[in-house]
Design a protein around this ligand. Structure first.
Ligand SMILES: [Zn+2]
Ligand SMILES: [Zn+2]
Length: 137
């Protein structure tokens, strides 16, 4: 019985295997940790070799889900080069593949908002007129 290390035993977040953690920030067993490192290195190497590829391309070529890739980029584990077309929407943080500042959804929302602002300006005018009509009875 390993009574003194019992406090550090925990279940791996990925495979559920019981393992003894070295520190409090370890949530994966050594086996899963290793495979994550492999995935990470694969993605990093691919992005370094293909700096102009999109997240989708990287995911297809490495077999790593886009969520993992984006997480590494967000965490600053993968530094994108100047040539990279991968960026994030300045409004909602959605990943962009065209190096733009906003995702199509936000672009639409922003233009809609502008239009609505114009419409609102008009409708407040007509509401004032409506009040006059109401007073007439
Ligand atoms: Zn595991
Ligand atoms: Zn957006």
């Amino acid at each position: 019985m390993a009574e003194d290390r019992l406090g550090n035993l925990r279940n791996c977040k990925k495979c559920g295997r019981l393992f003894s953690a070295n520190n409090d920030s370890t949530f994966l067993c050594s086996r899963c940790n290793e495979s994550i490192d492999d995935d990470f290195i694969k993605v990093r190497e691919y992005i370094y070799d293909n700096p102009t590829s999109s997240v989708k391309d990287v995911s297809l070529s490495t077999g790593i889900p886009t969520e993992s890739i984006l997480k590494w980029i967000r965490d600053g584990k993968i530094i994108l080069g100047e040539k990279s077309i991968i960026s994030f929407c300045e409004r909602c943080g959605e990943p962009l593949d065209d190096g733009g500042r906003f995702c199509p959804k936000c672009v639409r929302n922003l233009t809609d908002g502008l239009k609505q602002g114009l419409v609102k300006g008009k409708s407040s005018m007509s509401r004032n007129q409506g009040m006059h009509i109401k007073e007439k009875k």
